[in-house]
Design a binder for this molecule. Structure first.
Ligand SMILES: Cc1ncc(COP(=O)(O)O)c(C=O)c1O
Length: 446
């Protein structure tokens, strides 16, 4: 058995790490994981407060998924997408029973980006239009189309390579309203802005509006009440499709099956991945409305992947969906989310640096500021390494105290697995509270 040092060194010497300079990386070597905990080779335990990449929704080490995967592999691991398996049909049927009304057919993909890419392609093929409207702060994946669709600054290094015909709009970011308004007194300038952009771009050219069901890595920017109803009306007026990215916000993460279920709106397509298998196997899905699927009864569907509807992925997904139900995980996400909301209120009283807390179910994020009135962030949007000094210290403290979670710019994410209980939440929040003392020292009172 290799030592922890050897394992890390092999990884550093022979593998590449995403979104990082390759020198100076200090990864945790994970030996095993169970429930909400990760364990390294030196016996250190970490509470996983971001569910991996907000994907391990059912928690780590669930034997039922392993058993379902092994059973499927023993029967048949791979068939071409033109052959069928029992599990593919069963999974499709199960998703149709869970998805918003009328979204009844699914194309299975291999990850989130392939679900998004296929959604974009299908929207263009189906409508015969080419433009896709998306938000500046969204992340939709790192493939060319998904990257270009997102506005996340991770794409800026490859700016010249962006795919064409994506038009970006401002997020409805009430804490930092780009239109200088306050919710309650505003006239939904975030929506009228989109209407104007559509007019400028030519509604007849716009195939779809693509948005996350709930925002995630951009800082859990919550959609204001009625935002999606207004957007749906605009889409209907102009024959524009509404595509919802449920890669991160799907599968119980927000206390409902899908993030969009919190908004009383039926989209035309849902692109999803992550929680569909809780990360046990890479897998994704594009769920489409009957209007769209019926069109392809008599027209060729020009989409395809070698690993579409991979039998083992389907088996992992079907078992994962049953686990959500059998273990009441979605209800638990809603309840534990409310518990975290209450506890964060107490933390706010203790830590002046908490500027905002935005959460839906278990998709939450603390926004850390230098001053509550000016809202100056502790690290700016797209912070450079030298602007991350304080937040890096906060992140290092979180890790030292035995937690794995995301600290990005001035955001600290709280998005644990859906199986978490109150004791584990208390343990995690105590770690965050301790680490926030570092940020408090840099708070500049008026
Ligand atoms: C909202 C959202 N969409 C799409 C993706 C891309 O998914 P994947 O990394 O599986 O390609 C991500 C990944 O983090 C995401 O958060």
């Amino acid at each position: 058995m290799s030592s922890s040092k050897e394992i890390i060194q092999n990884n550093l010497d022979y593998t590449l790490f995403s979104w990082s300079k390759q020198k100076g990386i200090n990864p945790i070597a994970i030996k095993e994981a169970k429930g909400v905990y990760l364990y390294d080779y030196d016996g250190q335990k970490y509470i996983d407060f971001s569910s991996g990449l907000m994907n391990v929704n059912i928690g780590h080490g669930n034997q039922r998924v392993t058993d379902a995967v092994v059973k499927q592999m023993q029967q048949v691991a791979y068939v071409t997408p033109s052959c069928v398996t029992e599990v593919r049909g069963e999974l499709g049927k199960k998703i149709a029973s869970i998805a918003p009304k009328g979204l009844t057919k699914t194309l299975f993909t291999v990850c989130g980006a392939t679900a998004i890419d296929n959604a974009i392609k299908l929207a263009r093929l189906y409508t015969g239009r080419h433009k896709i409207i998306t938000k500046y702060r969204a992340f939709h994946g790192a493939s060319y189309a998904a990257m270009s669709a997102g506005g996340d600054p991770r794409k800026l290094a490859a700016d010249s390579q962006q795919a064409p015909n994506f038009v970006h709009v401002e997020d409805p970011f009430c804490y930092r309203c780009p239109f200088g308004q306050t919710f309650g007194n505003c006239k939904y300038e975030c929506v009228s802005h989109i209407e104007r952009v559509i007019e400028f771009e030519g509604p007849q050219n716009v195939a779809a509006i693509l948005m996350e069901g709930e925002s995630g890595s951009s800082g859990c920017i919550k959609y204001p009440k009625d935002y999606f109803t207004k957007l749906r009306a605009i889409c209907d007026k102009h024959g524009i499709l509404l595509i919802i990215d449920e890669v991160m916000s799907g599968w119980g993460r927000t206390g409902k099956w899908f993030g969009i279920d919190n908004h009383d709106v039926i989209p035309d397509m849902i692109a999803t991945a992550k929680g569909i298998t809780s990360g046990y196997i890479p897998f994704g899905a594009l769920i489409v409305s009957e209007n769209i699927s019926k069109h392809y009864d008599d027209n060729i569907l020009w989409l395809g992947l070698t690993y579409s509807a991979h039998a083992v992925g389907c088996a992992a997904a079907l078992e994962t969906l049953k686990i959500y139900e059998d273990e009441n995980l979605i209800e638990n996400a809603a309840n534990m989310g409310m518990y975290i909301d209450e506890q964060v209120e107490l933390l706010k009283a203790k830590h002046p640096c908490i500027g905002d807390w935005r959460n839906t179910g278990l998709l939450g994020c603390l926004e850390i500021v230098k001053n509550k009135v000016t809202k100056e962030p502790m690290a700016p949007f797209n912070a450079k390494p030298n602007e991350m000094e304080i937040m890096n210290k906060v992140a290092a403290k979180i890790k030292e105290l035995g937690m794995y979670t995301f600290v990005r710019w001035n955001y600290v994410f709280i998005a644990p697995p859906l199986c978490i209980n109150k004791t584990e939440i208390d343990e995690g929040l105590a770690i965050i509270s301790e680490a926030l003392k570092i940020a408090d020292e840099h708070y500049q009172a008026n």
